[in-house]
Design a binder for this molecule. Structure first.
Ligand code: PNW
Length: 479
């Protein structure tokens, strides 16, 4: 056997072992960089993300109250095949197994969400001790395995009992009280909190388009008020967390701004994309980062603009320690001579997408997300709090070779590396998702996990992408 074939043979065994889920032998010293390998800074935080309603199940266990997603998913015609989060991944009972999956990946951090109706079944009033105790157990399990907890306080499962939902000004105040309670219980062990997840989804998709709970289609003035209450909830929660957490606790949010890629990287198009980002996200991230609505937004909405009470904008603009960005699909912008100075391009029908029809593939969007937020507002730190994709995963002899997901992730991470190399302050990356889970109105058909879940048996199987991600984390490098 020649030296070359022996080496090849060894690599094949290691690769086969990896595919079977066993750990391939790893050299003791750091591996030498392969040509063209893209290394991340030491301490870069590699993690995975999930959310409560999408994975926990156990919706009536230990005193949890109903959320608007329980009501919505049980309403005929609202979700694919009428599917609900009643059982989901049963992670409420299997959290130790799920922490083990994180450990096997070598993940340094876990972004999960806390279910408000577990902690306050009525949304407000008396806390439910078994509800908060579950999150204490989860946090302790993570810490025992050296995994940093990154909880989000609201990932859409609003307590049903809150009259008027996000249409009511009382809801942001109830959220701040809930945030204060969670902070008091967890901030001895949890050093960072995210307030809300994705303003656009729990406001517009829920109260304007009606695609998400509670499934309403309100008029423009009402929608603007809902949006205002959403960002106010974030701002009041930032104040509540700071009031009750030890100093040094970091506070941020996870948002999914529309991100614009300059069609050509020339100064005029780059400037137009930046302007588009600020203006198209005016009701949400721009208001949070600037503590005011843009003049153009207020002019555009006219008498439909939100009613703002004294103190609201100051709360909304509370300084943040980090900005979390959920990055999925791209949009393209070019400079033009319109009053706005830009136009957003329509995508050709041939533009490639993943298994969810909305999920166009544009890996450079992750670079422009980081760069634009950084150039506009210079936050101290940025995290990618979600990135990942759905794929048509079908087990074949017990294996899921999701080469399309690996392709997607490799390309997005390559462009994230461009942001790192450009010295933008991006500190970590959370892959969506650790597990296949309840993909909201799309039910269980759209799989986003790097672990396959057999929903009949609750068995978790690492997909090829999990093996791939483990190598990324181990090498702290893409490629
Ligand atoms: C995010 N869109 O949602 C959420 O934070 C997750 O809960 C979700 O599972 C994940 O992305 C994948 O969808 C989105 O239609 C839902 O553009 C829909 C859209 C974007 C993000």
């Amino acid at each position: 056997m020649t030296h070359l074939t022996r080496r090849k043979f060894g690599q094949t065994i290691a690769a086969a072992a990896a595919l079977c889920g066993a750990s391939p032998p790893r050299p003791a010293a750091a591996e030498p960089a392969t040509p063209g390998s893209l290394s991340f800074p030491s301490g870069f935080l590699w993690g995975c993300a999930t959310s409560a309603y999408q994975i926990e199940g156990a919706v009536t266990v230990d005193g949890r109250g109903p959320s608007i997603w329980d009501t919505f998913s049980h309403t005929p015609g609202k979700t694919a095949n009428g599917e609900t989060g009643d059982t989901a991944d049963d992670s409420y009972h299997r959290y130790k197994e799920d922490v083990r999956l994180l450990e096997e990946l070598g993940a340094k951090a876990y972004r999960f969400s806390i279910s408000w109706p577990r902690v306050f079944p009525q949304g407000t009033g008396r806390p439910n001790e078994p509800g908060i105790a579950y999150y204490e157990r989860l946090v302790d399990e993570l810490l025992q395995h050296g995994i940093a907890p990154y909880p989000t306080l609201f990932h859409w499962d609003l307590p049903q009992a809150l009259a008027g939902g996000w249409q009511s000004r009382d809801t942001p105040h109830a959220f701040a009280d809930y945030a204060a309670f969670v902070t008091k219980r967890l901030s001895d062990r949890v050093h960072q909190f995210m307030t809300t997840n994705e303003f656009l989804c729990f406001t517009d998709l829920s109260y304007k388009i009606g695609q998400f709970a509670p499934g309403l289609t309100l008029d423009a003035a009402q929608v603007n008020q809902v949006r205002h209450h959403g960002i106010l909830a974030h701002g009041l929660a930032v104040q509540a967390i700071r009031a009750h957490a030890p100093s040094g606790t970091r506070v941020g949010l996870a948002d999914n701004p529309n991100v614009y890629i300059p069609v050509i990287e020339t100064p005029e198009h780059i400037e137009a994309a930046k302007r588009a980002f600020r203006e198209e996200n005016a009701p949400f991230l721009t208001a949070v980062m600037e503590g005011r609505y843009t003049d153009a937004y207020l002019a555009r909405e006219g008498t439909d603009a939100p009613k703002v009470a004294p103190g609201d904008m100051q709360a909304i603009g509370s300084p943040l320690d980090f900005v979390g960005l959920n990055v999925y699909q791209p949009d393209y912008v070019r400079a033009d001579s319109s009053p706005a100075g830009y136009s957003i391009l329509k995508k050709p029908t041939s533009f490639p997408r993943m298994a969810s029809p909305w999920l166009y593939i544009g890996p450079e969007v992750i670079y422009w997300a980081v760069r634009t937020v950084s150039d506009l507002w210079k936050p101290p730190a940025i995290y990618i709090t979600e990135n990942g994709c759905s794929a048509n995963d079908v087990p074949d002899a017990g294996r899921i070779d999701d080469t399309d997901r690996v392709m997607f992730l490799r390309n997005y991470l390559t462009h994230l590396h461009r942001a790192v190399a450009g010295h933008y302050p991006v500190k970590g990356y959370f892959l969506w998702s650790l597990l296949d889970n309840y993909e909201w109105a799309d039910g269980y058909q759209k799989r986003f996990g790097i672990h396959y879940v057999d929903f009949a048996t609750q068995q978790r199987i690492p997909k090829l992408s999990a093996h791939w991600y483990r190598e990324v984390i181990a090498r702290n490098a893409v490629r």
